[in-house]
Design a protein around this ligand. Structure first.
Ligand code: GYE
Length: 307
């Protein structure tokens, strides 16, 4: 390269890039695995990472994005804590000609020229998978199936979509009822706290817990045991993520199923950034591949789980 002043744009793919990553927080096992995956992939590719943990607060993310823009990074990776309210700052990035790559969570913004691509899971499909498992599991059950729901962070894409996908399936089964639904902010501590409140008001009535992530389910399992019921038996437990903690709970017979949401997409993200900066056309939406796992598979698969 002769033009050493060109810090952005095509032809840069083999150069060392400075990548700013605005991460949601460290609220779950999923999140810490995702952070590690991104950090390692960026380092292994020989690029420099500027990392910012937003502690699940939108205002922190907006500040981090502005600081990346001020530092003229080559690319921004952004996992938005909530779906709305980022237009202004994303427009600022666009004006500064810094490409933004959405990681994990989508935004609800009309102007899709404000980001290059969205790499993440299909959260609606995850909600459907969770509900379909329950439909099969309770096929022989007579009477109502009373479900309590632990929602993820209010306004976040996975909380909105996992609820939507689940409801879409159970609405065709009138005996399935969500009797309580509240946010546990994707953390163990809040999952436990909210489950305690559910048990206090509805105790013996609860047949199923649908938790938008495994961490909240694990917190809830503790609450159920302290209440004197058997998680996995008296109350069936459905989680999402497929983190190690869920496999341990399933192997112990305390959790029934987890829908996989794969956080290990760091290398895939680095490939997308390099391809874009090399001038390649990349798709607007890239999916992460995943599956689902039940109690009877847990012991066998546990040693092979990477997160
Ligand atoms: O499921 C949850 C985390 O956005 C997919 O965020 C992610 C979710 C994940 O806190 O554990």
């Amino acid at each position: 390269q002769t033009d050493s002043s060109s810090s952005n744009g095509a032809g840069k793919s083999s150069d060392k890039l400075v990548i700013g990553f605005s991460q949601v927080g460290a609220e779950s096992e999923w999140r810490t695995a995702n952070t590690k995956s991104m950090q390692n992939a960026i380092k292994d590719a020989g690029h420099e990472l500027k990392f910012s943990d937003a502690q699940q607060k939108q205002e922190n993310q907006i500040k981090a994005l502005r600081s990346f823009i001020a530092q003229k990074v080559d690319a921004i990776v952004f996992s938005p804590v909530v779906e709305t309210g980022f237009e202004t700052v994303l427009q600022e990035a666009k004006d500064a000609k810094i490409p933004v790559f959405l990681a994990d969570r989508a935004v609800d913004i009309k102007d899709d020229s404000l980001w290059v691509t969205f790499l993440g899971s299909d959260f609606i499909e995850e909600g459907r998978k969770a509900a379909n498992w329950l439909v099969e599991e309770t096929a022989d059950t007579e009477g109502d199936v009373n479900i309590v729901e632990l929602q993820g962070t209010v306004g976040s894409a996975p909380a909105i979509d996992r609820k939507e996908g689940f409801e879409e399936v159970i609405k065709d089964h009138p005996n399935m009822k969500i009797i309580k639904s509240q946010t546990g902010d994707f953390t163990r501590a809040k999952g436990k706290e909210v489950m305690e409140a559910f048990l206090k008001s509805d105790g013996e009535n609860i047949d199923v817990l649908y938790s938008h992530n495994d961490d909240m389910a694990i917190g809830a399992i503790q609450a159920i045991e302290e209440y004197g019921l058997k998680p996995g038996k008296d109350i069936k437990i459905i989680g999402v993520d497929a983190v190690r903690g869920a496999f341990e709970a399933m192997a112990a017979g305390k959790m029934n199923v987890t829908v996989e949401c794969n956080p290990l997409f760091g290398p895939q993200m680095v490939d997308l950034i390099e391809a874009h900066l090399a001038g390649e056309e990349i798709p607007k939406r890239v999916a992460v591949e995943e599956s689902m796992y039940t109690m009877d598979q847990a012991e066998e698969l546990l040693p092979t789980r990477e997160y």
